[in-house]
Design a protein around this ligand. Structure first.
Ligand code: IPE
Ligand code: IPE
Ligand code: MG
Ligand code: MG
Length: 314
C-alpha cells in the first residue's frame, strides 16, 4: 500500500469508527466535506515515511498520528478560510466549509476536527500507552501556543510579526510534528528528524507564497493573490519572486541533507525531490531565472511531471 493509500484508509476508518450516526447530520457532512477532498496529505505521508525509516513496529500508532495531524491541518484550513481570517470561497477545488454549510457549522467543524484528532490518538494509543504522552505533546506543540498553528495565525493580529517566526508557527510546526511523530510512533528518538520537518515546513510555506503570486486559482483549488489582498507577510514580497524561489531551493537542499543516515535515506531524498518539483516546478523556477540544477539528479521513473498548478506561470 502506498503512503497516500495508508493515509486515506486510516482517515476513512477513523471517521467510520468515531463520527457515528448520532452525530448531527449536517455537522457530520461538513466534517466530511472538510477532510475528504483533494488534499495532498503530505503531512501524514511524511509521518508514515519517517515511521517506516525507524522500523514502524506499531503501524496502527503511526497511522493514527498521521491521521491526527491531517485532521488538525484540515481544521486549520476550515478556520483559516472563514471571513474572520482569509475569507476564501474555495478550498481544494470546492466551496469552503462556511460557503457550503454556513459560518456556525464551519466554526464547529474546525472544533470537532481538533477534538477528533485527540480522540484518534487516544484510541490507537491504548495499545502503546508509553508512547502516547510524547505523541500528544508533539501534536500539541504543532498546533497550540507558544509556536504552533494557533500562534502563527495569531501573529496576523499583532502590529509587528517576524516573518520566519510567523511562517514557522503557522506551517512549519505541524511538519515538525509529522517527522517527530513518525519517529515517536515507532519508538525511536525524534531529535534527528526535527531538522527535516523544519526545513520542509518552511519550504512548504515559501512555496505557498510563491504560488499565491504565480499560480492559478483553478489549478490550486483555492484563490490566489490573497497575501497582498490581506496584507499578509510573504516571502515572495520580502525577497521578490526570484529570491523566494532561490530560498525555496536552498531549503529543499537542506531538507535532503538533513535526512539522518538510515536504510530509507535514498528513498526519502527522492520523495523530497519529487515534492520540490510538485510545489515549485522547473517551469516556475525558469520563469523567474532560477533553474534548479539539482533536479536533474532525480532518477528516471520518479515523477518529474508538474502539479497541475505547476505550469500556471502568471
Ligand atoms: C495549505 O496546505 C496551507 C499551507 C499551510 C500552505 P497544503 O498545500 O498541504 O494543502 P492541502 O492539504 O494539499 O489542501
Ligand atoms: C494557512 O496559511 C496556514 C494555516 C495555518 C491554515 P495561508 O492562509 O497562507 O494558506 P492558504 O493559502 O489559505 O492555503
Ligand atoms: Mg491564512
Ligand atoms: Mg488562507
Amino acid at each position: 500500500m502506498s503512503l497516500l493509500e495508508r493515509a486515506e484508509r486510516s482517515l476513512a476508518d477513523y471517521f467510520e469508527q468515531l463520527v457515528g450516526p448520532q452525530t448531527p447530520p449536517r455537522l457530520a457532512a461538513a466534517m466530511r466535506h472538510a477532510v475528504f477532498s483533494s488534499g495532498a496529505r503530505i503531512r501524514p505521508q511524511l509521518c508514515t515515511a519517517v515511521a517506516l525509516a525507524c522500523g514502524d513496529d506499531a503501524p496502527a500508532l503511526s497511522d493514527a498520528m498521521g491521521s491526527a495531524i491531517e485532521l488538525m491541518h484540515c481544521a486549520s484550513l476550515v478556520h483559516d478560510d472563514m471571513p474572520a481570517f482569509d475569507n476564501a470561497d474555495t478550498r481544494r477545488g470546492q466551496p469552503t466549509v462556511h460557503k457550503a454549510f454556513g459560518e456556525p457549522l464551519a466554526l464547529l467543524t474546525g472544533d470537532a476536527l481538533i477534538v477528533l484528532a485527540y480522540q484518534v490518538l487516544a484510541h490507537a494509543g491504548a495499545t502503546q500507552p508509553h508512547r502516547l504522552a510524547a505523541l500528544m505533546r508533539s501534536l500539541s506543540a504543532g498546533v497550540g501556543v507558544p509556536s504552533g498553528i494557533v500562534a502563527g495565525q495569531a501573529w496576523e493580529c499583532e502590529v509587528r510579526a517576524d516573518l520566519s517566526e510567523y511562517q514557522r508557527a503557522k506551517t512549519g510546526a505541524l511538519f515538525i510534528a509529522a517527522t517527530r511523530g513518525g519517529a515517536l510512533a515507532a519508538g525511536a528518538d525524534p531529535q534527528p528528524w526535527m531538522a527535516l520537518g523544519n526545513y520542509l515546513g518552511e519550504a512548504y510555506q515559501v512555496a505557498d507564497d510563491i504560488r499565491d503570486v504565480m499560480g492559478h486559482a483553478q489549478a490550486l483549488g483555492k484563490p490566489v493573490g490573497q497575501d497582498v489582498l490581506h496584507g499578509r507577510p510573504s516571502v515572495a514580497q520580502s525577497l521578490g519572486l526570484a529570491g523566494a524561489v532561490l530560498y525555496f531551493q536552498g531549503l529543499m537542499d537542506q531538507a535532503v541533507e538533513s535526512i539522518p543516515a538510515c536504510g530509507a535515506r535514498e528513498l526519502l531524498s527522492q520523495v523530497v525531490r519529487r515534492e520540490s518539483e510538485r510545489l515549485v516546478p522547473t517551469s516556475m523556477c525558469e520563469a523567474v531565472g532560477q533553474p534548479y540544477p539539482h533536479l536533474q539528479a532525480v532518477p528516471a521513473g520518479l515523477s518529474r511531471t508538474a502539479h497541475p498548478s505547476g505550469n500556471a506561470v502568471a
